[in-house]
Ligand binder design. Structure first.
Ligand code: GTP
Ligand code: MG
Length: 612
């Protein structure tokens, strides 16, 4: 094809170098052209960056950030589970079976706690020198460890000093938001389900009224046989589950570790002790590896091996053979399941034994008030087909280390227009909501993104909170109000209520957090109710409580007032006081609280954005 000289390219003519251009002019021209190109590219780059920053700013402005704070075992991770249940029911349901290993571990540790106490009792009886101490409550060391927190049943040491006059005036309650608003700062109602009616007698305490009230314990051959049958395999089960899920957390601050029976409680003379047994700690998974990843790993292993095992194990021998083929010396998770199923009847016998119950009462160990309590569900859990229920998952205890981040976003619209999502950061690939089409429940704004941070609450974790104090909209602070008679697992010198109050004071008085909305969950109201019902007198632990009625409602209100007074006195700026009485393991009641909290935070965020 030829180019007609009659129709020359006008652009080519324009850009063509001038005729007879000298080498010097040519160099000058090329330099000028390069410079012009550079400037043009710079302008493009500036525009691009400005646009990105604008987008990021818009996104930041629209993202709601919430931090969950509170001491260890206050219920932060359980609160997250409630958010997930309410707004990401599908992903919550998908994860249920991942929790099986944690439930197994919690159950195993409860049984090992009982065996530990039994062994100590046996050792005491054998040792004449220690017989005089038989009726003196023993050191809390081994008892503290297994569940994390300890119930302090000896002479109370913590004397609580109120920060205000005991009876606050009505004006102090300051109702400055429209009544009926979802998160009114007015006095929260005591949970109706706990209101003044006697709580149902816990099944676990049945033996208290069934004749075994004298707390007499006689170690029989049957106990010794149970001990021999249960202890060695359960230690192995514990090892395997911990190894599979991750590593137990060292607790340098505590001589007793964060959990597990301390070695100090073990007798070298007891035949079932392994002489160099690893010192058990409360189990946790660190942030960076992430509990979800660990749980998913377990789930995969269980489902692959159970598919093989459940189909092909018409005989248990086949499974055992397969197990032998595995290189590891330890059992694997599938074997754990089989072992627990085999031991189920013995575990049940141990837990239901009147003598053991009497011994636990004598040692003032309340298994049913401890975290990760599944002893009333042994027969259900120790079946090959056991699948964790949502209630099991909410009760599962897995200590958080570091900080876990969750994204809370609209997921998909269902008929009722209420499906939303709570996804872990980084896992958001598909199902990203279309902000234009979406509407949500309870004023949920289309496309609004929430980030929720769940932190480890133990003392050794608290330094890690600081970097998360900026850019926050709200903090949900969990204070377990049942813990007035307990001490920190990581530092048994410290009363848990006192620790909560000090922590609360630190948060409310922080200058960095002065504009952050604080929402207080006065949690574990159900356990408070149980304690009061079994006769624990609050005034014995909180001297300032005086002669007020010893009922859960009055105690709740009294403690709420203490937290409120601290907030009033120590906040750098005046702030509203939002509080809720909660039992976050009660998912039905908590769903209402969670919805109110979410709407309240969102509203205040909207106000903030409007002011920007
Ligand atoms: N009965 C009862 N148990 C609760 C309540 N809140 C939490 N728990 C249980 O207490 C245990 C500890 O709760 P978590 O949510 O793990 O506590 P956490 O604040 O996340 O603790 P860390 O991760 O150590 O900081 C779990 O076994 C929960 O099921 C409650 O209101 N009532
Ligand atoms: Mg946690």
């Amino acid at each position: 094809m030829s180019v007609s000289l009659d129709t020359p390219d006008p652009l080519a003519i324009l850009l063509a170098p001038p005729p007879n251009e000298s080498p010097a002019s040519r160099a000058q021209r090329l330099q000028a052209e390069t410079e012009a190109r550079r400037i043009s590219e710079q302008i493009d780059e500036d525009i691009r960056r400005e646009r990105n920053e604008q987008r990021k700013w818009e996104k930041e402005k629209r993202t709601v950030k919430v931090l969950l704070l509170g001491q260890s075992e206050s219920g932060k991770s359980t609160t997250i589970k409630n958010f997930q249940m309410a707004y990401a029911p599908n992903s919550f349901a998908q994860e249920l079976s991942s929790w099986r290993a944690v439930v197994y571990l919690n159950l195993t540790r409860s049984i090992l706690t009982i065996l530990d106490i039994l062994t100590k009792e046996a050792t005491r009886k054998q040792s004449p020198s220690s017989s005089s101490s038989l009726d003196v409550p023993q050191s809390q060391s081994s008892l503290v460890a297994m569940a994390g927190s300890s119930s302090v049943d000896e002479e109370p040491e913590f004397k609580f000093t109120p920060v205000s006059t005991p009876h606050a005036s009505a004006s102090e309650l300051g109702v400055d938001e429209a009544p009926g608003s979802p998160m009114s700062p007015s006095l929260p109602a005591w949970p109706e389900e706990l209101a003044d009616k006697a709580p149902p007698r816990p099944r676990t305490q049945a033996s208290e009224t069934s004749g075994a009230t004298d707390n007499k314990f006689v170690l029989t051959q049957a106990h010794a046989a149970l001990l021999a049958r249960l202890h060695p395999p359960l230690l192995k089960v514990q090892d395997t589950l911990e190894a599979t899920l991750g590593a137990p957390e060292p607790s340098p601050n505590s001589p007793y570790g964060g959990g597990g029976a301390s070695d100090a409680s073990r007798s070298p003379h007891e035949p079932n002790w392994r002489p160099n047994a690893r010192k058990p700690k409360e189990f946790s998974i660190t942030t960076r590896t992430g509990w979800r990843a660990a749980l998913m790993k377990v789930r995969e292993r269980i489902s692959t091996s159970s598919a093989t095992s459940l189909q092909s194990t018409a005989s248990a021998a086949a499974g055992k053979k397969a197990g032998k083929r595995r290189k590891r010396e330890e059992m694997d998770v599938e074997e754990v399941r089989e072992v627990l199923c085999e031991l189920g009847a013995d575990m049940q016998t141990l837990w239901e034994d009147e003598g053991v119950r009497a011994l636990l009462r004598k040692r003032k160990v309340r298994m049913d008030e401890r975290s990760g309590f599944y002893l009333d569900d042994i027969s259900r859990i120790t079946t090959l087909r056991y699948e964790p229920t949502s209630d099991d998952v909410v009760r599962a205890r897995l200590r958080t280390m570091g900080v876990q981040e969750y994204q809370f976003i609209s997921e998909k619209i269902e008929k009722e227009n209420i499906a939303t999502g709570l996804l872990k950061t980084g896992s958001r690939k598909s199902g990203v909501p279309d902000p234009i089409k979406r509407t949500g429940p309870l004023g949920m704004e289309p496309g609004r993104e929430w980030i929720i941070y769940d932190v480890g609450g133990a003392k050794s974790n608290r330094q890690a909170w600081l970097p998360y104090f900026t850019g926050l909209n709200a903090i949900i602070f969990l204070a377990p109000i049942s813990c007035f008679d307990e001490r920190l697992a990581e530092d048994p010198r410290v009363n848990r209520l006192e620790d909560s109050l000090i922590l609360w004071k630190t948060i409310v008085s922080s200058d960095v957090l002065r504009s952050v909305q604080l929402i207080l969950f006065l949690n574990k109201c159900d356990i408070l109710q149980k304690k009061i019902h079994r006769g624990v007198r609050v005034a014995d632990y909180i001297s300032s409580y005086g002669d007020r009625p010893n009922d859960a409602k009055t105690v709740g209100k009294y403690l709420r007032q203490q937290f409120k007074d601290i907030s009033m006195r120590h906040s750098p700026l005046q702030r509203q006081f939002f509080s809720f009485f909660t039992s976050v393991t009660d998912t039905k009641a908590t769903a209402i609280t969670v919805a109110a909290v979410r709407e309240g935070i969102q509203r205040s965020n909207l106000r903030r954005v409007d002011l920007m």
